[in-house]
Design a protein around this ligand. Sequence first.
Ligand code: SF4
Length: 416
Amino acid sequence: MSSLSLTDKLAILADAAKYDASCASSGGKKRDSRDGKGLGSTSGGMGICHAYAPDGRCISLLKLLLTNSCIFDCHYCINRASSNVRRARFTAAEVVKLTLDFYRRNCIEGLFLSSGIIHSPDYTMEQIVEVARALREDHDFRGYIHLKTIPDADPALIEAAGRHADRVSINVELPTVSGLRRLAPDKSQDRIEGAMGAMRGAIADGHDARRRYRSAPDFAPAGQSTQMIVGADAATDREIVARASTLYERFDLRRVYYSAFSPIPDASAVLPLRRPPLMREHRLYQSDWLLRYYGFSPQEVGAAADPATGMLPLDIDPKLAWALRFRESFPVDLNRAPRELLLRIPGLGVRAVDAILSARRLRQLRLEDVARMTVSLRKLRPFIVTADWRPVALTDRSDLRSMLAPKPAQLELFAA
Ligand code: SF4
């Protein structure tokens, strides 16, 4: 390992980090160096991580593992102890150097750092914290830092991560306790949740301190997030949505990321042979939006799933699936209904609902007004009433689903 050049290590450890989806930076705090001091900026360009590579990686952060060696043996992970991959390891100083070099060349706006576990969780966490400490304290780096923490590490080290990072994440890994026990036998849900609870407390204390004393240091101002692997165990979409909702409630998370399990070389025999359809991951993200922005309860999102299998449909989005199942809630009168009912209408996003609410203060909305505020009326028509439109029997048609589902597209046989 010691004979590898920095470039070789970068190739191995940036590639190994691609399986981590939870690197977005929404909610980050603006820092800048326009006062002539410090280095880096998170302002301008609307935050960081808004660009993604085709495989889902954020491309404006330097996204690395400190090492892809690991003493744990999580079945779904390419870096597990029994995996046959080529190993590499950065020193903390090397990661600091790379981050500064990439930043100065204008390639990145920050760092996302995760790691396999070397020697012990504490030792690894010390190295991760040292990278962030050196960037912030020795180099006055003001770019974005997202650290993946190791739940088994000493709570003081996890707390130290929060002092230097904008965001920390602690992965729950799998949606169910049984899945975690089977596929990540070295990990424990209690320890993971204990670390998330401690981080929640530390973030809340940090906010309190900042309210009282403006000079109090920021503590993980972009909060904490987590990631769940989807499709490696038998958890249904309904279970995953329920778990995500509990996590949001209990730990005040900024985001739950869903990462479709991807088959790895030399995979363990307990894993499925194929990855779940990527569309499943997409439908879970849409469900997540329904929970966070559209006022749906986890039970309501769960009701959009197939009652027998607990899985969300892949051909239509979960909001449309819910509306088709609960047709008695429609049509909704766009000129009278409260915001929470407007948000239930398939095809109406939050911005369109806000536009409808402002416009209807001035006049009775007609179909042509709605057409100007939305992308397409096709999906809306069966579910709305306007001054000049009432769907009559359209909402109850037995073939409504097939009328609204996107038409299947022919796959390109020779697509790259
Ligand atoms: S602890 Fe992390 S790096 Fe190690 S095997 Fe498990 S998932 Fe992979």
